[in-house]
Ligand binder design. Structure first.
Ligand SMILES: C[S@@+](CC[C@H](N)C(=O)[O-])C[C@H]1O[C@@H](n2cnc3c(N)ncnc32)[C@H](O)[C@@H]1O
Length: 293
């Protein structure tokens, strides 16, 4: 994607949010009939609005004509969309690290007075907050849908593991397929140690290297020569991530949705995983239907 990620996201952003909102509706409809207390958790919440302004030009709209042309709802971010889902959730937890965006997020309580006292606003780093919440909260009578909508590789594998361990959370995860991972996987396989470590931490494994690169040896002028080349394409990377999720979750949707930019490059992959073994089958079925194009 060219330009800054704060700029107007295009259709794929609306598509992503719509699908997650569809799941929230289905989820709340089913959970309403059960005994659990259930929350919506948005760990990369933003401001509540899909940001139209560029961060380097505060206050300046990139596409002012779109603000007029599109309905307000179209421009609402994940937090505002979730707050409008009916049936409602018992609790809404919004996490945002950036102080300025967090200030804007506070306005949600004024904008949604009927649920204001059930909105929890957290100005913190998502990974540490989530790991603590997952490991130290008693999940027996609690359930949640968690939306992880980062720009890039901000979600640590340790966080994914902690989420799965609760066996109480349904996860929607935006995997940075083209925007980060594929770009870091250089064609020649000479990956800087710092990048390698970052990918190891991100995937929680090291076998990605053998999966995405093939080594061939041939006899050259000065003896055997080893050559590496990239075999990992968008599909291989997506499959690998789904396999990684399957190692910790009870169920994972098998049709994650690639989100393409206007030049038809896949930026992200919208993935779904569920931690509770008893609810997994139904949850995955609903998510897979929602993910179908
Ligand atoms: C893609 S935006 C989220 C957009 C939002 N879901 C929406 O639909 O409007 C990512 C947000 O995550 C925040 N963020 C980035 N790293 C974070 C972290 N480690 N912990 C918490 N928030 C973070 C950014 O400040 C940004 O507001």
């Amino acid at each position: 994607m060219s330009g800054t990620p704060h700029s107007f996201g295009g259709d794929w952003t609306a598509d992503k949010l719509e699908r997650v909102a569809n799941y929230l509706r289905a989820y709340a409809t089913i959970m309403k009939k059960q005994q659990f207390r259930y929350a919506y958790i948005d760990a990369f919440a933003g401001t509540g609005y899909r940001t139209l302004r560029r961060d380097d030009e505060p206050g300046q709209l990139m596409f002012p004509e779109l603000v007029e042309a599109e309905s307000q709802r179209f421009l609402e971010g994940s937090a505002r969309q979730a707050l409008q889902v009916q049936p409602r959730f018992h609790k809404y937890i919004f996490i945002e690290k950036d102080e300025n965006r967090f200030k804007e997020l506070r306005e949600l309580r004024t904008a949604f007075p009927e649920v204001a006292r059930d909105i929890v606003l957290v100005n913190d780093e998502a990974n540490s907050y989530l790991q603590d919440m997952c490991d130290n909260k008693n999940w027996e009578r609690h359930r949640a849908v968690l939306f992880l909508d980062p720009y890039g590789m901000e979600v640590e594998w340790q966080t994914i593991e902690a989420i799965a361990r609760t066996q109480a959370i349904d996860l929607w995860l935006l995997f940075p397929l083209g925007i980060a991972v594929n770009r870091l996987l250089r064609r020649d396989g000479n990956i800087d140690p710092a990048v390698r470590n970052a990918l190891n931490r991100f995937f929680g494994a090291e076998d990605w290297y053998e999966t995405f690169y093939q080594t061939t040896t041939r006899i050259g002028l000065f003896g055997p020569e080893t050559q590496r080349h990239k075999v990992g394409d968008f599909d291989t990377i997506a499959d690998y991530m789904i396999r990684r999720l399957r190692t910790v979750f009870a169920g994972v949707a098998e049709n994650p949705l690639p989100l393409f930019n206007s030049r038809n490059n896949p930026l992200y992959l919208l993935c779904f995983a569920v931690g509770n073994p008893r609810g997994a089958k139904v949850a995955v079925k609903i998510a897979q239907d929602i993910l179908k194009r």
